[in-house]
Structure formats: C-alpha cells, structure tokens
Design a protein around this ligand. Sequence first.
Ligand code: NAP
Length: 484
Amino acid sequence: MSWKTKRAGKPAWNLFIAGKWLRPHSYMEVYSPVLDSTYAWVPRATESEAEYALKSAFKARKGIAKMPAHKRAELLEEAGERLKAYEKEIIEHLAYEAGKPVKQGRGEFKATVLRLKYAAQECEEIYGEAITGDYSPFKEDKLGLVIRQPLGTILAITPFNYPLFTAVAKVAPAIAAGNSVILKPATDTPIASFYIAKAFEEAGLPEGVLNVVSGKGSEIGDLLVKSNLVNGISFTGSTAVGKHIANIAGMKKLHLELGGKAPAIVLEDADLDLAVKEIVTGALKFSGQRCDAISRVLAISSIADELVEKIVIQSRKWKLGDPLSEKTDLGPLINPRAVEKVDGLVKDAVEKGAKLLMGGKKRKNYYWPTVLDHVPLDARIAWEETFGPVIPVIRVGDEKEALKIANKSNYGLDAAVFTRDIDRAMRLALELEDGEVTINAHPAHGLGIFPFGGVKDSGMGREGIKYSILEMTEVKSIVIKLRK
Ligand code: NAP
C-alpha cells in the first residue's frame, strides 16, 4: 500500500503501523482555515487500528532498546536528511492545514531538521554514574552503577500549532533513548506526521518502532492513554485534556506540556523600544497560537502611555493575509471555533471597561491583530489562555503588584521581564511561578536548547535537548557487593 493516495480529488494519507502503510477503515477530512473547506483526508483510526498500533510498538520496543546508540544516531541523522526532500510540500501543507505563514513554516521546518540532528548527538550522551557506598558504614562494601534505560513504549500526543516540530520533539528523543513510539497527531493538523513516518521509513527504522495513528482524541484517545502496553506518555496540548489524561493514565510516566498565559512585566527603567518589539513579536507570531505567547502585558503606570502608543505603531506593521504569501505575517486562526473564542474574550474585556485601540475585527477565520488597554482584572482575558493575536495591557502601580497579578494565574509556563536593572530582573525571575522566565526578550521555546515546561496548570516535566531524554528513560541501579 502506498503512503499517499487520492480521495475525492484531494490528497490522502494512510496509517503507518508495524512498518507498513495500511488503508484505514475510514478517513476524516482535514479542514483548511485558508480555503474554509476540505483540504485533504487522513485516516480516522478505529479502536482496533489503535490497538494494532499499540501492539506493534510494544513488540518493537526490545529491538530498538538493544540497537547500539551509534546506530540509533545514524537513523536519526538519516531521517533528517530524508525529510529535507519534502521541505516544500510540508511547508505548503502547514500553510493550508494550520494557516501558518510560509516564512514561519520554513522556520518550523529548519528547527525540526536541527532537532533530529541534536537528538542524534544525544544518543552519545545517555550516561549514568557510579556511586561508592563507603560514606555509609552500612554500605561500605557496595558499589552502585546507575544507568538510564528506555521506558519501552512512548505514546506521543501532539497539539495543532506546531505539528511538525512538536511531533519530532517527541519522536526523536524517544528513539534516541531507545523507545518505540505511537504518535497521535491533532485532528486539525495531522499531515506532517505522515512525512515524519515516511522519512524514518526511508532511513531504515525497524518496523513497529514508529507508528502513526491519526484519529479523533474523543474516539481513540482514552484507549491509547489507558493501555497497559504504554510505558510513558508525552503529551502537549490543552490543560483540560492534560488533566483528563493524568486522571485516567494509571501507572505510567507522564510528561505534560500544557497551556500558558505568559505575562510581560515592563518596569519603569525598561528599554521601551526593545520591549515593544519583543512584546509584539511574542504576542502576534503565528497569531498568538503558541503556548509561550505573551498574552498579557503588566505595565507600570508611569510608562504605560508611551509603551501602549509604541505597541500600537509596531502592531500595525504586522500584515494579515494569505499564509502562502511571503509578505504575510499573520494567517487565519485554526478554525471558526477559535475565532469565536478570541472574539468573545475581546468583547468581554471591552464590556468590562478595556479600551480597544486597534483590531477587534474578524472575517471568516481571520482575526485582526488587536490591542486592548486598561484591561480590568475581572476581564476573562486577564486570566484565560487567548490563543489569538491580542495584546491586553493591564496597568499596575509597581513591581510588587505586577508580581502578584502574574502569580495569581493558574498557569505557570512562561514570563518575560523588561528592565535595565539586573537585580530587579533577577528578583522577579526568582519569584515568578513559571517554568521559564525570559529577561529582555519574548519567551520562545524554540529547539529546546533551554529546557521548558510548566508548573501549576501548565504541566509537569521538561522538554528540550537532554531533558526530553531524561523524561523518556528510567534510572536503574545495579548494586555490586565487593568482596575483600
Ligand atoms: P488539545 O485540544 O488539548 O489537543 C491536543 C491533543 O490531544 C490532540 O491530538 C487531541 O486530539 C488530543 N486529545 C483530545 N482528547 C484526548 C483524549 N481523551 N485522550 C488523548 N488525547 C486526546 O490542544 P490543541 O487545541 O490542539 O492545542 C492547543 C493547546 O496546546 C493550548 O492550550 C496550548 O497552550 C497547548 N500547547 C502547549 C505547549 C507547551 O509546550 N506547553 C506547546 C504547544 C501547545 P484531537 O485533535 O483529535 O482532539
């Protein structure tokens, strides 16, 4: 069976299980927010197809665990090379299925190939340690070897916003660590996953080590999550689904990358031009549909007028339009539900007293870049994840008040601080209840050079170079009795 096919004149892909491309029981449409119609078709996996993928990964886990690290590294490097042949196609699919502007799609593609390269290097760095027991009178005669072993099978579940990168950010370290994988992509943006499978197939990955099952989370999600054949779950998505997974998963290692509500705290002594550039990019990139997007600005009142004026000027430079055009900075939001949600949050803020300085407009799936000033604390947008191109400014009296509001959030993924005073920046960085604090720049998880992940409702565990491997391996202690 071929990996790609046609259905009603549109491209379609097949399931990838046990190293083979299989015709699914049924297909589901991939809606394009650009076309506002069906763009392609992918398998709508049934429970029995999901079970087959689980069994395939389970069967393959011992083989990949025994494959020498240098061979796993070669496979990962080769998969990166193979992926490059599909660059143009993938970027076009990202534009149609996710509404991602091509220049941002290109960035995601480059980061993905680099992530595969770094994962290959990580194969050489999965070390343990040796511990001598002689600091305890009871263990003098013991030597412990502490090694890291793969978990076994990893269930990787991805969200819609970075369908290529996020999938590889899970699959690559999982394989680097010697695990097999079942990848379940988001229904909104499943296409990139088939290219990842194709690249690994061409690279010679043994059958069953990677299985791709597209399908609705509401139909196959619980079955996959509860399965006893899964040893670890690496999930990126909303807090609601993450909490549901945590409730039903049972005894499995969980790594949950969930929602965020990143504040940008702008102090009186900040370089305002720098802050504005960073805030606008951090808020508007991919129309704010990023977990690490700046989605509230906490500005000290004495500089707020100037800051807001500059934010509006800078935001007007961002071009909304066709994501396939090189000139476009913002494409459509992912679907009509997302547009309604963002619009509802903006309207709620205005009703409660916020000033709408620009935007607040929608047409089909497009939402105009929007700036709100004087956002009151009872507005929903002060607390709820926006996932849209909106910059809400909340004015505060001082640093203490900014910290209090920042930390009152249920989320704790990212925060940014803008100031020229390193002592104030460090004080805030240490006090902010977030997994990552960025000083004088917007938060950006990027490749994972710096580990990222959240506290509170933003999740648990850390993703990133080296850190994903730690999540996907288990420590084993081998204790040796030394005879004198
Ligand atoms: P979502 O609705 O939570 O979906 C994420 C994934 O979970 C999809 O593949 C979805 O499948 C699946 N799913 C749904 N129900 C499930 C179930 N019962 N069992 C197992 N899987 C299930 O999130 P999204 O709207 O795609 O993505 C946006 C969210 O992701 C935002 O909250 C954002 O902050 C978060 N995010 C976090 C990070 C981070 O690093 N912390 C990065 C990116 C995004 P279907 O699509 O089929 O429903």
